[in-house]
Write a protein that binds this ligand. Structure first.
Ligand code: NDP
Ligand code: OXD
Length: 313
């Protein structure tokens, strides 16, 4: 089989791992560096953010392996042929990092670090600011997938009462509570002092983090968004923070990345901006997963991580 690889920012480590693990029976061409690539013989592509003309002249392409957990960019790619199967990464070393990121944000919320750092910027000794207890800080995780479930487990281990909300019902390890569907969303929100968004960006989840949703959270709730920038209505967040409805936000993803230097999030005292670093896939683990998926396809089985293109994730 012949593969076409495109990724600008992994220092070649993943390409090397994929080549080594696949062995000589498969050829992996590097779109960015190889000459004379036999495009008509390419069976599958392995990509992260390929350019608009990447899929041109690939008549035999059947599978695209995304070097990411979220496939919103890829599914929106103007050249992605409608018939190809898209396969995504599942965790690939990101779960642990995402759990730490959510724990960091939850601790900041519980220990009132936003209020403390505002006081520091004003040289104010605000000894009256007191932390909540973990047990009284209820965390709601939007999404119970590969990453949401890891986050929930880590927070539960740290004594936070955690509820996950998903599209379909899940059985999660105790004491994590599972809720699902539109009917349970309001009740889920009403008990979330900290809200973590780990939904995929789809038609149904675009703009879900908006003023109406913030109004359903307890006053003073804290938002953690490592999902996608498209989940959030930026102005609604600023209004909710300025009115005191929300106490702070930790944001990793943005409508436009890099976040433009004039964006109000940069200097908002209640917002902490991180540059899409919540979790990075681990090259060796990603390579193992992609190869496992390729072996499934070769055996005629459905590969793990196969995306439902109609559903958008
Ligand atoms: P999964 O596909 O494994 O999980 C998605 C979860 O969201 C599932 O539980 C799914 O429900 C739920 N969901 C999807 N649509 C809806 C809906 N309409 N209503 C309710 N629940 C819904 O994804 P991952 O956990 O692997 O990743 C989640 C996202 O995290 C990625 O799509 C990406 O955007 C982001 N990400 C960010 C990174 C960063 O560094 N900032 C790194 C990696 C990922 P169900 O289980 O019922 O299907
Ligand atoms: C991903 C990401 O989806 O890095 O993997 O955001």
């Amino acid at each position: 089989m012949n593969f076409l690889y495109y990724c600008q920012d992994d220092n070649g480590k993943l390409l090397q791992a994929v080549r080594e693990k696949l062995g000589n029976s498969h050829h992996v061409f590097d779109w960015l560096n190889d000459q004379d690539i036999p495009l008509e013989n390419i069976d599958a592509a392995i990509v992260w953010l390929p350019p608009d003309h990447f899929f041109e002249g690939l008549p035999n392409l059947t599978h695209v392996y995304a070097l990411a957990a979220g496939v919103d960019h890829l599914l929106k790619h103007p050249g992605l042929p409608p018939h190809v199967n898209v396969v995504r990464l599942r965790d690939a070393g990101m779960g642990e990092q995402m759990a730490e990121y959510a724990l960091l944000g939850t601790l900041m919320a519980q220990r009132k670090m936003v209020q403390i750092s505002i006081a520091q910027s004003e040289n104010q000794w605000r000894h009256e600011i007191s932390a909540d207890t973990a047990i009284s800080t209820r965390v709601g995780v939007l999404g119970a997938g590969a990453l949401g479930s890891k986050v929930a487990e880590r927070l539960a281990l740290n004594n936070y009462p955690v509820t996950c909300w998903s599209r379909s019902p899940h059985t999660l390890p105790k004491p994590i509570v599972s809720m699902h569907g539109a009917n349970e969303l309001d009740a889920f929100l009403a008990q979330s002092n900290v809200l973590v968004c780990l939904l995929p960006l789809t038609e149904n989840t675009h703009g879900i983090l908006n003023g109406e949703l913030f109004d359903k959270l307890p006053t003073g709730a804290f938002l953690i968004n490592p999902g996608r920038g498209g989940h959030l209505v930026d102005n609604d967040l600023i209004e909710a923070l300025d009115s005191g409805k929300l106490s702070g936000a930790l944001l990793d993803v943005f409508h436009e990345e890099p976040l433009v230097s004039s964006h109000p999030f940069w200097n908002h005292p209640k917002i902490i901006v991180t540059p899409h670093v919540a979790a990075k896939s681990v090259p060796d683990k990603s390579a193992d997963q992609i190869i496992d998926s390729i072996r499934h396809v070769e055996r005629g089985d459905l590969p793990p991580g196969l995306v439902n293109r109609d559903r958008g994730y």
